[in-house]
Each structure stands twice: as structure tokens, then as C-alpha cells.
Design a protein around this ligand. Structure first.
Ligand SMILES: NC(=O)c1ccc[n+]([C@@H]2O[C@H](COP(=O)([O-])OP(=O)(O)OC[C@H]3O[C@@H](n4cnc5c(N)ncnc54)[C@H](O)[C@@H]3O)[C@@H](O)[C@H]2O)c1
Ligand SMILES: C[C@@H](O)[C@H](N)C(=O)O
Length: 373
């Protein structure tokens, strides 16, 4: 009887659904619990919603990795230093600690996460914590906890406090049975890494929370991201970052993927801009909640040829890592991001030649500073 009544209630809410197609029924069960920890006696209540004229109050989880610090700097320029809080479980280096608000946050600790969101009146959350593809295979149970349980905590907190939530997905959310050249937004997704499985789960759960509870979930599938001033955290595309350090420092590079391994890639400036653009896009322009975004696609051989134009003595050798190679062989070679371009005007700025020039310029000025000291 009770179940029938509940079902009737939900269906009733579905039928009366708003134009967006979401049926904002009851919130996830965690909020319905009457545990005393739900509402502290001394709680201060603030509205979590914000009008278009307010600046968002931003929290970035897993912010000390390859992408988070760059994202914080980028968003702070737009929304003000104090409106963007970086968080991680690691201790920040001095220059990051002094560059803006930093807070400890373990995404496996739901209560801590909720306290941070409430106490800081967070309205936008960028969920960057994750174990990437190669480190995930080396520690599956930790990857499962961080990438899946952590995501559940973030989704619940975001739905409970009406946050706009960005979760990055990846080319790794596809697998060997997906079309690889090019890979469209909607196709078979049967990845064979815990990283990929957890990212498909994140896409589906985020979209489910959007349609079921009205959560403003937005997700981009990033290609391999290449950055100059931050180190990658243990992925399959890391070679495309390391090659620039080694080319300038030693004039040579040992690549852990085969010369012909083609993967989609993007320079970090394009990645951060895409992320902000999709977060700022009017909801009605988003025909989907998870989009492929792309910039270029190249092999180690292509990249080495481009580096050679700047450093004629550069040498590349190959010592293939079988785990990374198997992963790369199952991922997209080219990414179809036409929906992002059509819906919210995505346009990349960096192709391979600009990428290589920018990376080498950055590292050569770095090397000059190091030599001068
Ligand atoms: N870098 C890329 O090429 C790329 C490509 C596609 C998608 N992405 C996605 O973008 C996001 C950021 O990537 P990244 O390259 O900066 O990753 P990264 O591995 O460099 O950083 C991840 C961060 O998560 C933190 N972390 C781990 N466990 C945590 C926990 N329990 N609580 C809080 N933080 C925890 C780590 O300390 C680390 O600083 C990830 O979700 C990743 O899947 C990255
Ligand atoms: C592609 C991406 O998700 C990450 N750089 C990895 O290789 O695991």
C-alpha cells in the first residue's frame, strides 16, 4: 500500500513536470534521514540559490592535481579571489596556499563536505578529485572509493544544497567496442578500466539526478589535457606533457606508448575555458548534460615531428608500457564534439603547432630562470 502510494506520488510529480523535462520529486534518501547530524542546533540558514547578478561561490575538490590550480586561477580572475575555494587532501605548496582560499576536504567524508558547502555558502562545485586511468589500475579499490563513493557524496551534497555541479568525464569513458574514429557523444560505452567505468557511472548518475531531482549537473568529456606548469597525476596521456620537459632538459624522451598511438588532446587553456563556458551556458541551450569536447588528435610520432621543428637535435625512443598501451588502444582516436560546438558555441584555440610552441616557450623560460639561479 505504502509503496503504491509513493509510486503514485512520484508519477503525479512526473506528469506535472516542468518544461525542462526534469521531474523534481523527493530528494535522494540521504536527505530524508532524520539523523540528528542533518540539522545542527546552531545552524545558520542561507539561501544556496543565487541570482544571475551574484558571483558564484565556488568549491573545487581534488584541486591540487594537474587541472585544479589552473582552474582556481582562471575562476578567481573572473569571480574574485575569495569566491573560489580550492580543496584537497594533500598539503598545498606555499605559493598555492597564499594565492587564495584553501581548505582540507576529503570527498569520502560526507559530513565534512556538507559543512564546507554550508559554511562557505557554496553555489558552484567543480568535482576534480579522482584517480586517473593508470594509477586507478594500480589501486582498484581506492579508485572505486574515490571515483564512485566520492561522487555519490558530491551528488547528494549538490542536490541537497541546489548547487550547480561540474564533473569532468574523459575519453576514457569509452572502450574497445565504441566507435573510435570518430567517437560521438552517444554510442556504446563499455570501458575496461576502473577509471572509465567510474566515469560512465558519474555521467549516468549526474544525468539521473538532473532528471530525477532537478540537479544542475554539467559534464564535459575531456581529452588528454596538456599543461605547462602542473604535473599529470598518473594517466595514459601523461607522455604528451612529459615530452616537453625532457626535450628541453635532455634533448631526448623515452615514450611509453607506441609511435602510432593516436589520442584526442587539448591544451589546458582551452580545457578551462570550455569548463567555464559550459557552466555559464543558459540551461535551455544544453540539449544534453554530458558533452564531448575536443581540440586536436595526434600520435607520439606527430608530436615528436613538431618538437623537432624547434629542437633539431631532439630524439625520441619507445619503451612501451603494456598497461598504458592497452588502455590507449581501447580509447577514441578522434573525438566528435559537434554537439558542444552547436549547442553552446565551443571552439578550441590551440592546435598542435600552437600547443608545441606554447609549451616549449614556457619551459625554456623556466629553464633559463633555473640556470640563472
Ligand atoms: N588531466 C587530464 O588529462 C584529464 C582528462 C580527462 C578528465 N580529467 C578529469 O579531470 C579531473 C582532474 O584531473 P587531474 O588531472 O587534475 O587529476 P589529478 O590526478 O592530477 O588530481 C586529482 C586530485 O584528487 C585528489 N584526491 C584524491 N583522493 C581524494 C579524496 N579522497 N578527497 C579529495 N581529493 C582527493 C588528489 O590529491 C589530487 O590532487 C579528474 O576528475 C579527471 O578524471 C582529467
Ligand atoms: C585522458 C584522461 O582521462 C587522463 N589524462 C588519463 O590519461 O587517464
Amino acid at each position: 500500500m505504502l509503496v503504491t502510494r509513493m509510486l503514485r506520488q512520484v508519477v503525479g510529480q512526473m506528469l506535472g513536470s516542468p518544461a525542462c523535462g526534469c521531474w523534481t520529486a523527493a530528494p535522494p534518501f540521504r536527505f530524508l534521514a532524520t539523523s540528528p547530524r542533518q540539522i545542527p542546533a546552531d545552524a545558520n540558514f542561507h539561501s544556496a540559490s543565487f541570482s544571475g547578478t551574484d558571483q558564484p561561490r565556488v568549491l573545487i575538490t581534488g584541486g591540487l592535481g594537474q587541472l585544479g590550480v589552473g582552474l582556481a586561477n582562471f575562476l578567481r580572475k573572473r569571480f574574485g579571489k575569495d569566491n573560489v575555494i580550492l580543496s584537497d587532501i594533500r598539503k598545498p605548496p606555499d605559493h598555492i596556499f597564499h594565492s587564495g582560499p584553501f581548505i582540507y576536504s576529503d570527498i569520502l567524508d560526507y559530513k565534512n563536505l556538507r559543512e564546507i558547502v554550508v559554511n562557505n555558502r557554496i553555489t558552484w562545485l567543480f568535482h576534480y578529485s579522482a584517480l586517473l586511468s593508470a594509477v586507478g589500475e594500480a589501486n582498484v579499490s581506492l579508485a572505486r572509493a574515490v571515483n564512485i563513493t566520492g561522487l555519490h557524496n558530491v551528488l547528494d551534497v549538490a542536490a541537497e544544497h541546489s548547487l550547480r555541479l561540474f564533473v569532468p568525464s574523459t575519453i576514457g569513458a569509452f572502450g574497445p567496442t565504441s566507435p573510435r574514429n570518430p567517437t560521438p557523444d552517444l554510442c556504446v560505452q563499455r570501458p575496461r578500466t576502473i577509471y572509465g567505468v567510474s566515469k560512465v557511472h558519474a555521467e549516468l548518475m549526474g544525468e539521473y539526478y538532473h532528471y530525477r531531482y532537478g540537479l544542475d549537473f554539467r559534464c564535459l568529456r575531456y581529452p588528454g589535457i596538456i599543461s605547462a606548469d602542473s604535473q599529470p597525476g598518473g594517466g595514459t596521456t601523461d607522455y604528451a606533457v612529459q615530452i616537453f620537459h625532457d626535450a628541453l632538459k635532455n634533448g631526448k624522451f623515452e615514450c611509453n606508448l607506441k609511435p602510432s598511438t593516436r589520442l584526442p588532446m587539448m591544451y589546458i587553456d582551452d580545457c578551462l575555458r570550455a569548463t567555464l563556458e559550459v557552466m555559464e551556458a543558459p540551461a535551455e541551450s544544453l540539449s544534453m548534460r554530458t558533452y564531448n569536447v575536443n581540440a586536436m588528435s595526434f600520435t607520439p610520432e606527430d608530436l615528436a615531428q613538431e618538437v623537432l621543428k624547434h629542437i633539431p637535435e631532439f630524439q625520441i625512443t619507445y619503451n612501451v608500457d603494456s598497461v598504458r598501451q592497452a588502455i590507449a588502444d581501447s580509447w577514441p582516436m578522434n573525438f566528435d564534439d559537434s554537439n558542444a560546438r552547436k549547442d553552446w558555441g565551443w571552439k578550441h584555440e590551440f592546435d598542435l603547432p600552437e600547443l608545441v610552441t606554447t609549451m616549449l616557450n614556457f619551459h625554456s623560460s623556466d629553464t633559463r630562470v633555473a640556470n640563472a639561479n
